[in-house]
Design a protein. Structure first.
Lengths: 247, 295
């Protein structure tokens, strides 16, 4: 499914990509944040967006999800142009977002948070499968959503979008601010989700974490994709990547 | 006959009953306001006019179409709620991205227009609306006389308030509503049609006001000003209970009705202002309201 020998200049995807973003521009109010993002993601791939703070990674995810109000260009998902669809229609097409701020609802219990997103497509994980991935959640179902620890909230934010049947998961910094043991748990979960056939776009600051789970990395700089690196070519490119990320 | 604190029990219980009746209306109306404010961020000043329209709808259904009280109790909230839905779609929905103040001005203007229209066609002297025959008469409870209709108003409003609480706090639809109150963008990103949820919520809140209007029609005359007189007190109730709190609106509505009734017994001169005095104290001590969540 992943083409390691892709010719220079292609996004590294053979066949029809599940997600194809072309010349994507985005604005927050008057400020022009995305300046023509191009990227492709094949079905079943895990792809990360790397880059410095403010490069436009989160904004790219928001644009794909349709919650960035002002966006132009092309976002084709599963063969369908979604650039002008409202976010609820994009969700129903099979994309789901786990936002950076997690967005756990404080007026809902853990169970209500988990069951909130409606099923949009067949093939989502069952409750049992979700509790197998995140056993902690099963014990906290009646707690208020925001009474969970940071790690548990992150697990809940991921868990609730696994039920819906969405095929493409957009995970925005799922490891931010979490203890190493929980970061490992989330890493294992992402690998497991890949095995289950989910396609994942991951925004990550933690480069080592990204390298442990992803097939490819896009480097985002000033609202553009400036480079793409296959995970197995990472060693040769490590100096270049450090320069991009300023580490 | 025994006396309590120098007050004849007939007078005491009579005023407590009146307090509960008023409290019923406060509770239903402030509940609708709280739901609308929670999701729409609009302070619905038209609420009093919509209560009045509920009473007028009952009167019109009876006098023009021959539909009696029991039918009006269901039809009037639906009709007035539908009018509310049209208003929300045509006008109110254009203001969501602006400050609260614009919504308040718009709905205040709409309230004036609605009151003016009814005053123009029906005058201000009030139209009589008869009590349903099944609920005429009353019960002698030993310590007081309880008119059946007044008992019915208290029971009906308790049931409606509890049902509304149940829908919002215990059902999936209510979970959508609570979640959308917190973060509508995220709820939309889950595939839920938030604009439609908002429209239906407004329609439901307006329907509650109209239901209260129908309940009120046989007690008070059907009068274009009936809402304007009541809504000021209801806003004070909402401020005391805390904007956006469902249970708070219900408890505060009934509680303040009772306090008002007690004040009428022990210090009649204070009964018209007691709620506003409490409002001032609550604003000083707990500005978010007794049940308010500081978000």
């Amino acid at each position: 499914m992943i083409e390691a020998l892709a010719p220079e200049g292609s996004a590294g995807v053979t066949g029809k990509p599940l997600l194809k973003v072309a010349d994507l521009h985005g604005w927050y109010g008057e400020s022009h944040v995305l300046h023509g993002v191009d990227l492709e993601v094949a079905a079943g791939e895990v792809v990360t967006l790397l880059g410095r703070n403010g490069a436009g990674k989160t904004t790219t995810l928001k644009a794909v999800m349709g919650i960035l109000p002002k966006r132009r260009g092309s976002i084709v998902f599963d063969g369908r142009e979604t650039i002008s669809l409202p976010s609820r229609a994009i969700a129903r097409a099979g994309i789901a977002l786990c936002p950076e701020e997690r967005a756990i609802f404080s007026s809902l219990s853990v169970e209500e948070n988990l069951m909130l997103p409606p099923q949009v497509l067949p093939g989502g994980l069952s409750r049992e499968q979700i509790f197998e991935l995140f056993p902690n959640l099963a014990e906290r179902l009646s707690s208020q959503g925001t009474k969970l620890s940071g790690g548990e909230q992150q697990m809940l934010a991921i868990a609730r979008i696994l039920r819906t049947g969405a095929k493409l998961l957009l995970l925005d910094e799922p490891t931010e601010g979490l203890a190493p043991v929980i970061v490992q748990h989330i890493g294992r979960t992402i690998s497991r989700l890949k095995q289950e056939g989910f396609t994942i776009v991951l925004v990550e600051q933690n480069f080592r974490f990204a390298a442990s789970v992803a097939d490819r990395h896009y480097v985002v700089e000033q609202g553009r994709v400036v480079d793409m690196i296959h995970n197995d070519e990472l060693d040769e490119n490590i100096d270049k990547l450090h320069a991009y990320l300023g580490v | 006959m025994f006396e309590l604190l120098g007050i004849p029990p007939q007078a005491l219980f009579g005023q407590l009953l009146l307090g509960l009746i008023n409290g019923s209306f406060y509770a239903i109306l402030s509940l609708g306001l709280a739901i609308i404010f929670g999701l729409l961020n609009i302070i619905n000043f038209t609420h009093g006019a919509q209560y009045m329209m509920g009473a007028f709808a009952a009167w019109m259904l009876l006098n023009y179409l021959g539909i009696p009280y029991w039918g009006a109790l269901i039809v009037a909230p639906i009709v007035v709620g539908a009018v509310g839905i049209v208003l929300e779609r045509l006008l109110i929905s254009r203001l969501y991205h602006l400050d609260h103040l614009y919504g308040l001005l718009l709905t205040f203007g709409l309230a004036l227009i609605a009151t003016g229209v009814f005053r123009n066609f029906y005058g201000i002297s009030g139209l009589p609306y008869g009590m349903p025959s099944q609920l005429s008469g009353g019960q002698n409870l030993g310590f007081m006389f309880m008119p059946n209709y007044r008992g019915w108003v208290i029971v009906a409003s308790l049931v409606v308030c509890f049902a509304t609480w149940f829908i919002i706090e215990r059902t999936r639809l209510g979970a959508y509503l609570r979640a959308a109150t917190e973060n509508p963008t995220m709820v939309g990103a889950f595939g839920i049609n938030v604009p439609r949820l908002i429209t239906l919520t407004y329609g439901f809140g307006v329907g509650l006001a109209a239901f209260a209007g129908v309940l009120a029609a046989p007690i008070y005359n059907v009068n274009p000003n009936m809402g304007a007189d009541l809504i000021i007190v209801v806003f004070a109730v909402v401020v005391i209970g805390g904007m956006g709190s469902i249970l708070g609106s219900i408890v505060t509505g009934f509680g303040l009705g009772l306090i008002e009734g007690l004040t009428r017994v022990f210090y009649p001169e204070g009964s018209a202002v007691v709620i506003f005095v409490i409002m001032a104290i609550v604003l000083l001590v707990k500005p978010a309201g007794l049940f308010g969540r500081t978000v």
